[in-house]
Design a protein around this ligand. Structure first.
Ligand code: BTN
Length: 322
């Protein structure tokens, strides 16, 4: 393994604790001056490494995202074999589509510390404070056409919700089609985009308010962050890794047409079942009680006249809970 990656792993695994230079050099199998050269290279590349003569060397835990620490030993079959981390970009979804055009791999994960033009669903903007949150895009090549939009849409929200609960000990909820809420406030949203490059590319764009939520005057509904909910700063790498593992699992279920568990897990996190809601879809509004979430057909409503309607996620949104 490259020694710089080994240095990063050792520093990260010490969870913000210090190494003496001698201890670190011995652990990596380098001399002191080679180690110092590599530490300088890492610092120049923008990584938050502290080297204090009194205390030693450490990696600031809430510093920049590091692709190698996300990829390493990731137990996935498809997603996250390659992870790239940027500083500022227009939109991570655009970077993922550019990668698809230049023949980059299926399962690529693109992360950025900040986005100039983050996009949300329904033409909304997605705002976040630089360096605080997760802006993540996952590229899936769908040449075989077995990754349908509808199940992917709910799988992405579910994977986020599971990662948040597992890593932060919270109980998040899902709002169809793929918002993640805590106590009714939005903590994450997903934008799925499809483009036909030379190949059929699907990009799952996921935004999570980890350490900061947008100010209330800049969003149309209450937002929260994981830090606000847990009462402490939250480290991003573990959440991203857990999210990728969960998503990889659901993607493989979708490919094999095994959708029952996806539906059950989704519904168990969705407080809207049985609630009367209004859904805007295709220029019309539908009012009804939520009967089910179907991984293939979308939300299932039963109207006052007893008739059922199934509304796919694309272009649909819940207007209100009546
Ligand atoms: C929504 O709730 O409206 C969806 C928000 C999706 C935001 C993410 S952040 C990463 C990716 N890049 C974007 O430009 N948008 C998505």
């Amino acid at each position: 393994m490259e020694s710089t990656n080994r240095i990063l792993e050792l520093l990260y695994d010490r969870r913000g604790g210090y190494f003496s230079l001698e201890e670190l050099a011995a652990a990596v199998g380098l001399g002191r001056s080679s180690l110092l050269r590599r530490l300088n290279m890492l610092t120049e590349a923008g990584l938050d490494i502290e080297n204090s003569p009194a205390e030693g060397v450490r990696l600031i835990r809430r510093g920049r995202l590091i692709g190698h620490l996300i990829e390493r030993d990731l137990p996935t079959s498809r997603i996250g074999r390659s992870v790239v981390c940027y500083g500022e970009v227009d939109s991570t979804n655009d970077i993922a589509f550019d990668a698809a055009r230049s023949g980059k791999t299926d399962g690529l994960v693109v992360l950025a510390e900040s986005q100039r033009k983050g996009r949300g669903r329904q033409g909304n903007k997605w705002l976040d404070e630089p360096g605080m949150n997760i802006a993540c895009s996952i590229l899936l090549i769908n040449d075989s056409g077995n990754l349908a939009h509808e199940p992917l849409t709910i799988a992405a929200g579910l994977a986020v919700s599971q990662a948040i609960d597992q890593c932060c000990g919270l109980q998040s909820e899902l709002k169809w089609p793929n918002d993640v809420l805590i106590d009714g406030e939005k903590v994450s949203g997903v934008l799925i985009e499809l483009r036909k490059t030379s190949r059929a590319a699907v990009v799952l764009g996921i935004g999570i308010n980890v350490n900061s939520a947008p100010p209330s005057d800049q969003v149309d509904r209450p937002a929260t962050s994981l830090a606000a909910q847990t009462g402490q700063p939250v480290e991003r790498i573990e959440i991203i890794r857990t999210l990728l593992v969960r998503l990889d699992y659901w993607v493989s279920k979708i490919i094999h047409g095994e959708l029952d568990e996806l539906r059950q897990e989704w519904v168990s996190r969705c407080p809207m079942i049985n609630q009367r809601i209004t859904v805007a879809s295709g220029g019309d509004e539908y009012v009804g009680r939520v009967l089910d979430i179907s991984p293939l057909e979308g939300i299932v409503l039963i109207g006052d006249d007893g008739r059922q309607v199934r509304l796919p996620a694309a272009g649909a949104s819940i207007v209100n809970s009546a």
